[in-house]
Design a protein around this ligand. Sequence first.
Ligand code: UFG
Length: 333
Amino acid sequence: MILLTGGAGYIGSHTAVELIQAGYEVLIADNFYNSRPEVIDAIEKITGKRPEFEEMDVCAPVKVDALFHKYKVTAVIHFAGYKAVGESVEKPLMYYRNDLDSLITVLEAMKKYGVNRLIFSSSATVYGVPEAVPLIEGMPTGCTNPYGWTKYMSEQIIQDVCHAQPELSAVILRYFNPVGAHPSALIGEQPNGVPNNLMPYITQVASGIRPHLNVFGNDYDTPDGTGVRDYIHVVDIAKGHIAAVEYAMKNTGAEVINLGTGNGYSVLEMVKAFERVNKVKVPYKIAPRREGDIAECYADASKANRLLGWKAQYDLDTMCKDAWNWEQQLRKE
Ligand code: UFG
């Protein structure tokens, strides 16, 4: 049985679906801090199978111990964590406490119960301000905000624990920019309040909730001056986890692997693609740069292909279509 901490969240829920469809038993532990109980129903609706579920905070050692005692966990995918860059700057202690505590608590329980496979949600944010793109796993790391540092520190903790426990296998996945939603439109991203990220902001502008998109800077050193990122369909990200679980079953030690498409798109290219694919208007205004943003960030995705046999399959049009279908579904409720 695969334990997904934070498995009711955006990436966790899509991964739960792919795992169940691949024949795995899934156990979700989530406190619904940034997700909703209906997600568990939606996973059942898509797959025809209800995952095991425990509502809990994975920072709580006694509860995590009881969880490992109750279920026969063979691998852990640790998604649980806070993820808003801006909030992490305002509340660094909250981020360090939660995101490091949860990882350490899970690692301690894994050690006690002899569970030796871990997949960890890291982020391309650990590359800091890139010296060059595309980003390759061995390139220098360093962060610009507390959220990023929690990922950086978590990677280091996992590397150290793998060194001390040679039986352990850990795959550290550095996500680029996950977007879109399940093609069923039954699960997707549900940001609380004003979205921080580009795609949910675009979908809310398209649906009329917000008057226009603020394009944060058009004077970057990029082809059209706006920021370039490696947007990747969340279902591709989810499938990357299945490949990582399979890899972890057969190998030991820690591996850091990018999950991206290898393609970079600018903010304005995203807006244009979204308008074209969905036949909706996305009014925008050029606004000042957002603090901490970088010009360009996209992956060299070849290691994932080499080690995991995984490659992103969905194109930008599908990302835009699925994001919009999900947004429209949300507004119907
Ligand atoms: N952008 C806008 N307007 C908005 C929101 C975003 O112009 O309202 C622009 C940004 O300036 C950037 C691009 O759209 O150029 C993407 O911004 P996102 O906030 O969607 O994504 P980021 O690349 O800034 O950050 C994401 C995740 C982080 C993660 C990082 C890793 O949100 O958690 O990727 O590279 F750390």
